[in-house]
Design a protein. Sequence first.
Length: 570
Amino acid sequence: MTRYLQKYFHSPFDNFSPAEGRKESTCSDSLAFTLSLTIEGESHQVPGANIKQCELRAFSYGFDCVLGFYLPNDQRKDDLFTAFTSESLITVELGITGVINMPKPPPKIFKVTGLVKDKSLSELAYRQITGNPVLYRYYQIEFADPAQVLWQQHYPCELYVKDSMSSVINAQVVSPIALTIDFAAADQVQPLICLALGNAEKNSPGETGVSNHASFYDFLMDYCDKINAFFVYDYAKQNYCLKGDSPDLETGTAFLPHEISDFKIYWPAQKRSTTNLLNGIAEGSKQSAIENKNAVAGIKQDIVLRQAIESQFSERNTRETNKVSILGEQLDVHFSQWPMQTFWPNCELSFNSTVDGKKYFYTDKSYRSYAFFISAKAKDNTPEQDLDLPFTQYELQYQVLAHNSTIEQPILPLYQKPFYPLYIEGVIVSEQGNDDEKTFDVVSNTETGQFEYKVHIPLWDKTIQIMLEPDFINSHFYFPFFRGVKLLLSLELHRAHIQKVLSWGEGVQLPLATQGNHILFGKKMGDETSLSHVYEDSKPVFAIKRSKDKDTELMRMEEGTIIFQTCEEE
C-alpha cells in the first residue's frame, strides 16, 4: 500500500494528534551551511552564516526548500545581483552540517542539489546615510529537486508503438535529471504507449469542461502507484531510481537518548475490505477475490474490468494482490540537535535500550526514515550578525518520519491523476489489393488471438493496431472499415478504440435533391455493387446495380415498372 505525503505540510499528524501533551520541539544549535548558486555557468558562493532562514522538506522521492540569505553591497560588490535578476535557470547546491561536538570522523554533509522555482529580492537602504545607498540585499529562493521542477512543467502528448515504459520515461530525461530504471515490469514491450498530458479539455464532440492538468511528473507517480514501484531520490548521489523493491537501507549507529526530544508512534488506517476483481466479459467471465487477513467479513471493494485477454486480467490481479500489505507502526521523531551521524531519507533510524536501560516500544527495532522537516531560523537575523562567517546559531526544528524497515512501503507525493482518453484522428491501412482499392485488412494477433485493424495516425506518423469489433452495427452485418477511411480514435495508455467514422466512402454520398439512401459494396469505382433508394419526381426508386468494368447488371423498381437488365455499358 502506497503512503502519500501532502505537498504542503508541517507535519502529517497535525490533524491526527491531540494537541495536549505535545509541544513544538525547538532547540538551539550551531549549523554550518554551504551554498552555491550557478547561473549561466558561473558559480556564486554564499557564506554559511549569511543564511538566516532554511525550511527544508526532504522525502524519499525528492525535496523542496525555501532559503533566505543576506549579501552585503557596501565593502564589496554584490556579484550575484545582476545574474540573479535575469530569467536564467538557477542551480542550487546546499549543504548542512552540525558544528558542536561532532564526532571524528565527522558525518557526511546533508547535501541537496536542485533548481530554483521562484525567487524574490529585498533591498535595504539606510536613510541616515547620504544618498540612501543599498548596503544589503536579502535574497529568498524556493527550489526543489530537478525532476519536480522540470517534469511538473512537462506535458507531452506522444505516441510510442512497440516500446517499453522504461524507454518512454528515459526519453523525457533531460539534464540535470539523472535516472536509472531497475524494474522488469517497466521493460516489458507494449503494443502502444500514449502520453496524453496537458490537454485543457476533452476534445471529443459534446464532452467539454473536463480539465486534465496532469504533468509528466504526475504521470510518473501514477505509473509507480499502479505497478507498486519505488521512485527514490538518492541524497548521496543526487540522482533518481525507479525500482521494484525498497532501496538498500543505509545502516548507522543507534541514536542516543539526549539526541531526541519527542516521540510519537502511530498506526495508519488499515484496509478492512476484500478486493474482488470481476471480469465482465460474456464468454469467460471471472471473479477473483484477493485475500486480506485484516478485512472485515462482508466488506468488499469490487473492481469491474472487461478483459478478453486472460494474461491482462492476471497481471491486474497480481498488482492488486501486491497492494494488500500491513503498514505497521510509524514513528514521528523530533530531534533535540543536529544528528551526529550521516542521516537522510532511507537511512536507518534505531534506538538501543542498553544505552539508558529503558525498554520502549521502538527500541531495539530498525526503522527506515522517509520524510524530514528541517526548519532553521537564525537567532539573530540582522544582516551584520556573523556576516560572511561559515556558521552561526539557529533555532532548529528537526522532525523525521519513519516506518518499520522490515516492511516495504512505497512513498509517493499526492499527484494529479492523468486523464484519458485522448481523441485523435487516424486512417485505416490495408495491405490487401492495390492502392486504389477499398480493401479491408484484419489480421489475427499471434499473442492475443484477436483480429485487428492497422490504423495510421498522421500527427505522429505512427501505425497502431486496433481490435476489430462490431461496435454499434447489428450482428447480422459485417462491414469492416476499408483502406483510407478516416476515423476518430480514443487512445488510452496502452490501447486504442474506434470512436466513430469521420468520412464517407468515395461515391457513397448522394445529391441532396434525391433525398436518397445508399449502400456501396466493393473495392473501387467500376468494381462494385450499389444499393440505393432515391426519389425521382417525388416518387421512390429502388435499385441494385452490379458493375465490373463495362459489364453491368441492374434491378430497378419504380412506380408501375420493374427492370432487370444486363449489358455492357460504354
